[in-house]
Design a protein around this ligand. Structure first.
Ligand SMILES: NC(=O)c1ccc[n+]([C@@H]2O[C@H](COP(=O)([O-])OP(=O)(O)OC[C@H]3O[C@@H](n4cnc5c(N)ncnc54)[C@H](OP(=O)(O)O)[C@@H]3O)[C@@H](O)[C@H]2O)c1
Length: 273
């Protein structure tokens, strides 16, 4: 068997206007893939497209919103019209939130689910329609360590990312033994505009608790996962340990969580105001 290649593969990436999705799109194009870049901000997508084409790659920019099923279907339609197939589909669009649970409104909770969980639901279902027709494909869902454990002040986001992990794991099992793969990529804190975009009801950007990883580390992990598919990829210096700690030693994990809460919120408590 030859070395796996991405040359002329058609890769669809949501959340490609910024951060991890943008970085992954550039890296896929550098490996010879044809890239379909999707997100809401058309002007940022155009910049990514120009950069890809300047480096000799091929890209299609599709402005769309992952929370609308019809727009995700439109993304698949545009991909097929332009490139004829969809080999790899990366659900990377996401939105963070940091707030006390009791300060989280229903509208905010729904919004975090709409973007992270429903966006992944739509992306997976629409991609699968096409992958069944092709008889092959690979879906990569970008989740988070928050898909494996929940820190304080992260209730809505962690719940939505747990849903992303559950969708990924369940579909991966359903498709075991077929030529369609489903992977979950779980980064920890990454240096992107995520913290400017996130819904934050606390002072500060929320990324100062530990050193954020360079975005290229996550973009490269996604590309490697496309080359050599794995069910789960944890991209985090201490991530694997934290997952183990949360699962096998909850009291110690609770100490870590308490420390996180202290750093993020200090002594302020909503029930004291
Ligand atoms: N940065 C971190 O520390 C970190 C850690 C773990 C996991 N993650 C996950 O990694 C993924 C990428 O995040 P990032 O760090 O790269 O943040 P980012 O720079 O803010 O990128 C988020 C992307 O999602 C897109 N997006 C948001 N809402 C959308 C919608 N309704 N429809 C379509 N696209 C939408 C944004 O584009 P538009 O605004 O143009 O639509 C943007 O391209 C997310 O799923 C996030 O949860 C991030």
């Amino acid at each position: 068997m030859g070395r796996p290649t991405l040359r002329h593969k058609v890769v669809v990436i949501t959340g490609a206007s910024s951060g991890i999705g943008r970085d992954a799109a550039l890296r896929f194009a550098q490996r010879g893939a044809h890239v379909v870049i999707a997100a809401r901000r058309a002007e940022l997508l155009d910049e990514v497209k120009v950069q890809i084409e300047r480096e000799g790659g091929r890209a299609l920019a599709v402005p769309m919103d992952v929370t609308y099923r019809s727009q995700v279907e439109w993304l698949l339609g545009a991909t097929l019209e332009h490139f004829g197939r969809a080999d790899i589909w990366v659900n990377c669009a996401g939105l963070g939130m940091v707030a006390w649970f009791s300060d989280t409104t229903e509208a905010e909770f729904r919004r975090i689910f709409e973007v992270n969980a429903m966006g992944t639901f739509h992306g997976c279902q629409v991609a699968l329609q096409q992958m069944y027709r092709q008889g092959a494909g690979h879906i990569i869902n970008v989740s988070s360590l928050a898909g494996r454990f929940a820190l304080p002040l992260n209730g809505a986001y962690a719940a939505a990312k747990h849903a992303v992990n559950a969708i990924s794991q369940s579909v991966a099992c359903e498709l075991e033994g077929t030529p369609i793969r489903v992977s979950t990529v779980m980064p920890s804190l990454t240096d992107t505009p995520f913290f400017d975009a996130m819904v934050s009801k606390l002072p500060g950007r929320g990324d100062s608790v530990v050193q954020a990883m360079p975005v290229g580390r996550v973009g490269e992990a996604i590309v490697r996962c496309a080359l050599r598919p794995r069910d789960q990829v944890v991209v985090a210096p201490l991530g694997r340990w934290l997952i183990v700690l949360a699962e096998v030693c909850p009291p110690v994990f609770r100490l870590v969580a308490r420390r996180y809460l202290q750093v993020r919120a200090g002594d302020a408590r909503p029930w004291q105001s």
